[in-house]
Design a binder for this molecule. Structure first.
Ligand code: ATP
Length: 461
């Protein structure tokens, strides 16, 4: 039995249609990936279970879908224009660029010997564009580098339109863009990605307890959908790691790099859960101000509304504190893929690769396979079963006659399909089919008219 590395996942993803390099046909575009037929299903499922757990299963959440293009002032008053940068160094010899805090000291320069680095200088990660037909400095806009700002600038809109009382939260899933200096490790670090973020607003004083609760809730979510506890760690940021506005931050680290010798380096961030205090709403409010780490203050002269909350009981206007669980869809998808991956040696030495994905995550729930693809009656029955199961709206079902039965099973195992249904000669006589379980590989005969209830029960839907 062997587990996953990112390299193994890359090859499975390409082979089975989960992910392709972005713009591959033209040599690619670094830091971009395209989700293929299986990948889009998996990613949609990741987003669905996150939305369901965090919005539908709670009573204190609202959803939002803000625009990706944002007015420059949003990113000015959030501090991103000035400080959303990574330290960049150039090698004077080979001209390659590196993120200064991620340089591998053992790497050799292509021109021979060690690299000859310049002093680090800040490089802003935001993608800039211009909006409208003229391209002057006044027309500059940014692609959002995080979804969070769309939530902060809509706090008052959501509050007024829903009549919410504190505490409550706003959830958003959407694309974010960062011109990363060195995108790498597949979908772990890319330039175009998706985030799933929550801004949870509380009264000052309630923030610490709420922060602890969100950390526990988010860890439980990963466990619920199959991440093994030993592969998920918590890292409480020390005071010198914290962003200047954050009171506390716990990172959830997943074991993305099991092949690294140093165990601590095997784990890297999959999600951060921060206590951001009242920093963001203080920046984005009429009469507010952006405060930098060095004490500089930029008064907000542009916001057209006050973004405060009226506390009925105390009869005061207050600025809520914010707890922010922020995860990347692509990194979380990669974590689910890695955790589900297993290479097995079966009796007789046969190998199989299988994704033990949680049924809710599996791109396909059931594959229907006719044993002989040249037998029209068998194919017709298989297609009918596919249609009926798919018609429930909850069972993504695939008709698979892509090879012999062994090949079909191997393909479905690698996609993570929990069940295969095989229609054989006997099925045409007794209207029963063989169901094979992905994980145990056990097979059983089940009447066709019981299939729906069988799958709903087995998949826990
Ligand atoms: P890192 O330190 O790895 O660059 P970060 O601390 O800058 O990440 P945040 O700004 O906290 O990341 O973003 C929240 C989440 O968004 C991260 O936990 C991660 O899952 C995801 N994320 C951030 N940057 C990227 C990226 N370039 N590619 C893929 N996912 C990303």
């Amino acid at each position: 039995m062997a587990g996953a590395t990112i390299d193994k996942i890359v090859s499975l993803c390409k082979r089975r249609g989960f992910l392709f390099q972005g713009s591959e046909l033209y040599g690619g575009l670094q830091g971009t990936w395209d989700y293929g037929p299986m990948g889009v299903e998996l990613k949609n499922n990741v987003k669905r279970i996150w939305w369901r757990s965090n919005v539908y299963e709670r009573d204190d959440m609202e959803g939002l879908d803000a625009a990706i293009l944002m007015n420059r002032l949003v990113l000015k008053y959030s501090g991103h224009e000035d400080t959303f940068s990574d330290p960049l160094v150039d090698c004077r010899k080979c001209k390659k660029r590196f993120r200064a805090d991620q340089v591998d000291a053992t790497e050799k320069c292509a021109e021979g010997g060690p690299h000859d680095f310049t002093e680090p200088r800040p490089f802003n990660l935001m993608f800039r564009t211009t909006v409208g037909p003229v391209a002057t400095d006044d027309d500059i806009a940014y692609l959002r580098p995080e979804t969070a700002q769309g939530i902060f600038v809509n706090f008052k809109n959501v509050l007024d339109s829903t009549n919410r009382k504190l505490p409550f939260g706003i959830a958003q899933i959407g694309k974010a863009y960062r011109n990363e200096i060195t995108p790498k490790n597949f979908i772990f670090r890319v330039r175009e990605f998706e985030q799933m973020e929550i801004e949870y607003f509380v009264k000052p004083g309630d923030d610490e307890q709420t922060h602890g609760q969100w950390i526990a809730d988010r860890v439980a979510w990963y466990h619920r959908y199959g991440i093994r506890p030993e592969n998920l760690r918590q890292h409480v940021q020390a005071s010198d790691e914290l962003a200047h506005y954050a009171k506390a931050c716990t990172d959830l680290l997943y074991r993305f790099f099991p092949e690294r010798e140093d165990e601590d380096k095997q784990y890297e961030e999959v999600e951060g859960i921060a206590n951001r205090t009242d920093f963001d709403l203080t920046c984005h409010t009429k009469g507010g101000a952006l405060r930098f780490a060095d004490g500089r203050e930029v008064p907000n002269e542009h916001a057209v509304m006050k973004q405060t909350y009226f506390d009925d009981a105390a009869k005061v206007h207050l600025t809520p504190y914010v707890i922010e669980p922020s995860g990347g869809v692509d990194r979380i998808t990669l974590a689910f893929l890695m955790d589900a991956y297993e290479e097995q040696t079966l009796e007789g030495g046969k190998q199989r690769t299988v994704l033990h994905l949680h049924p809710e995550l599996a791109p396909v729930k059931v594959a229907v396979i006719p044993l002989a693809r040249n037998k029209p009656e068998m194919v017709a029955l298989a297609k009918q079963i596919k249609k009926d199961l798919q018609g429930t709206g909850q069972l993504r079902t695939m008709f698979d006659d892509s090879g012999n039965i062994g090949k079909c099973y191997a393909r479905q195992d690698e996609i993570g399909t929990p069940f295969c249904v095989t229609v054989d000669h006997q099925s045409l006589e007794d209207n029963e089919v063989t169901i094979r379980d992905r994980d145990s590989m056990q097979q059983e005969r089940v009447p066709v008219d019981r299939l729906k209830s069988y799958f709903f029960e087995r998949l826990g839907l």
